[in-house]
Design a protein around this ligand. Structure first.
Ligand code: SRM
Ligand code: SF4
Length: 564
């Protein structure tokens, strides 16, 4: 047993009385726009992050003012499934309490930015009125459970969505703190001590993420998840799942004992065993995850340090379920499908590209107003995708033309602006709200794509789908290490470039450039596009080409990403 000290966050969790801390009294303190430091750790479990506007941070400091504090609120939406009535509720909140935008995330959820402290409680209450909540959207617990939104095989998708919702419910913290703090009138008095049956008093050592996927589309990036379920379908029925464990993207620049890692396949289980196996995996991580170093506290390091065979047998012992040999599966792409698609019961679904997930009215593209008009007209469902996009779902034949007309009227139909490169791109939030950002992402990628598109065009590659993801730091929120081109912020205007991931999200990319500016990135990529155009094999993807021609190393395990 190591005598390393537990992290400060462990102490905060232990003393929090199941996530209460002093959040409630901090909310009514008029002296500051912030909450207590210890409460900023606890509020994450309630889906709330304290932030400050980094664009004006130094100016406020110069004027000896408190930073411009506001809060990011993340709603939990398993599988990204919303009714259009719920969307209208979310839309109202964006315009009354937040910064007039809704941000679709890389985990099928939504975020608000810029909510000031005095509006926090009302905002959470209104999210609840829209029959959604923010519990466990962040924090050291299981986060939003992802499930494939694509309608192509819709009866299978509907069934898998139910597993995702059940898992989300099963792994939810049981503390009543959320209801007490945010939803007045629901305070439950009880003489019985409150227990967290799965998590215990100090919850998990670190965040935990789970997703279901349906091959051949790997839209949820199952290998980036702590826990993944690869659906196995036989004769049109879900017969079980291959379980994966130990994926994750985050690392820290310059710290080589941190690295992105793809999950390992543990084996196959029957559908009835999903919750039991998931709970066993969570409790192994609860008991063995590193609580002395948050940078190495994710499940991926627990597995890396103890070995996959030990982990599998520990999960089998705790669950009483034995994995059988994994069934075959194949992934062809880790992006979304766009435009109109028809499902097995004849309904239509429109995959709408939303650049970097930002729903706003700007630059002639009025996503906020357009989706409001569509939701008012189309009383059905929206599905959020794991790649920051949105599907207008379950459209009847007779309504298709009117949806097309609305998309055109608000300037948001995909054809009006999105090239294949753009359709396969994502950027994380980064500046001005993210406290971890070292470089721009969401605000910079669109203009970089204009330039990359010009380069692709010059080489006759304008129809080529290449995955491109940018993040403002090495945490990897847009999963850049499984993009064919991943740009990871290192300093203002400077990025590390990672190249060569598999188009199906099944191989990590390798470091290619360090600390490069825009010019250096463009100069380095241009000849690679030229040789790809000249020497590629038929239907070969850019990432596979770069590995085959040894432009970059093949990364077979995350721990090798820093090797030279
Ligand atoms: Fe993330 C932290 C945004 C998906 C890895 N992430 C953050 C914070 C909360 C910054 C912070 O800790 O102060 C960012 C808030 C920015 C802002 O202003 O809104 C943030 N992460 C996001 C979102 C909004 C990115 C986006 O542009 O869509 C995504 C929200 C997903 C959701 O709905 O729950 C988001 N974050 C991810 C993903 C992708 C995924 O889950 O598939 C990853 C990589 C996968 C993984 O977890 O390994 C990811 N975020 C991180 C990490 C690194 C964790 C690690 O293991 O090292 C951090 C930093 C941390 O936890 O300390 C982080
Ligand atoms: Fe912030 Fe870094 Fe995540 Fe981008 S990758 S949102 S900069 S934590």
């Amino acid at each position: 047993m190591s005598d390393a000290k537990l992290t400060e966050v462990e102490g905060i969790k232990a003393a929090s009385r199941h996530l209460r801390g002093s959040i409630a009294s901090g909310l009514i303190d008029p002296v500051t726009g912030a909450i207590a430091d210890s409460d900023t750790q606890l509020s994450k479990f309630h889906g709330i992050y304290q932030q400050d506007d980094r664009d004006i941070r130094s100016e406020r400091k110069r004027r000896k003012l408190e930073p411009a504090f506001s809060f990011m609120i993340r709603a939990r939406i398993p599988g990204g499934l919303l009714t259009t009535a719920q969307w209208l509720g979310l839309d109202r909140i964006a315009t009354t309490h937040a910064n007039q935008t809704i941000r679709l995330t890389t985990r099928q959820a939504v975020q608000y930015h810029g909510v000031v402290k005095r509006n926090l409680k009302q905002t959470v209450a209104e999210i609840n009125q829209a029959a959604l909540d923010t519990i466990a959207a962040c924090g050291d617990v299981n986060r939003n459970v992802m499930s494939p939104p694509l309608p192509a095989l819709s009866s299978i998708h509907r069934e898998v969505q139910q597993y995702a919702e059940a898992l989300s419910e099963h792994l939810m913290p049981k503390s009543r703190a959320y209801h007490e703090i945010w939803l007045d009138g629901e305070k439950i008095e009880s003489s019985k001590p409150e227990i967290e049956p799965i998590y215990g008093d100090t919850y998990l050592p670190r965040k935990f993420k789970a997703a279901f996927v349906i091959p051949p589309q790997n839209d949820v990036d199952v290998f980036a998840q702590d826990l993944g379920f690869i659906t196995v379908v036989k004769e049109g029925r879900v017969v079980g799942f291959n379980v994966t464990a130990g994926g994750g993207m985050g690392m820290t620049h310059g710290e080589t004992d941190t690295f992105p890692r793809l999950g390992d396949v543990l084996g196959f289980i029957a559908p009835d065993d999903v919750l039991t196996v998931a709970e066993a995996i969570v409790t192994v991580q609860r008991d063995y995850g590193d609580r002395t170093n948050r940078k190495r506290a994710r499940l991926k390091y627990t597995i890396e340090d103890h070995g996959i065979d030990w982990f599998r047998s520990e999960v089998q012992k705790r669950s009483g379920i034995s994995f059988t040999a994994a069934e075959d599966f194949l992934f062809v792409a880790n992006g979304d499908a766009y435009g109109w698609q028809r499902d097995d019961v004849g309904a239509w679904h429109y995959g709408l590209f939303v650049e970097n997930g930002r729903i706003a009215d700007s630059k002639g593209r009025r996503y906020l107003s357009g989706l409001r008009a569509i939701a008012q007209h189309h009383k059905s469902e929206f599905r959020l995708t794991p790649n920051q996009n949105l599907i207008i779902s379950k459209v009847a034949d007779k309504n298709k033309a009117s949806i097309d007309a609305l998309l055109a009227e608000y300037g948001i139909d995909n054809n009006s602006h999105a090239t294949p490169l753009r359709l396969n791109s994502m950027a994380c939030v980064a500046f001005p709200t993210c406290g971890q950002a070292m470089a721009e992402a969401e605000r910079f990628l669109p203009s970089l794509i204009d330039k990359l598109d010009t380069a692709l065009n010059q080489h006759g590659l304008s129809d080529e789908a290449v995955t491109l993801r940018m993040t403002g730091c090495a945490n990897g929120c847009a999963r850049p290490y499984i993009a064919e081109i991943g740009l990871v912020g290192k300093a203002p205007g400077r990025y590390s470039a990672y190249l060569g991931a598999g188009f199906g999200g099944d191989r990590l990319s390798a470091p290619f450039l360090d600390n490069a500016n825009e010019e250096e990135v463009l100069t380095a990529l241009n000849p690679l596009f030229a040789s790809f155009a000249a020497d590629r094999h038929e239907a070969e993807h850019f990432g596979d080409f770069l590995v085959r021609t040894q432009v970059v190393r093949e990364i077979t395990a995350g721990r090798h990403i820093h090797d030279r």
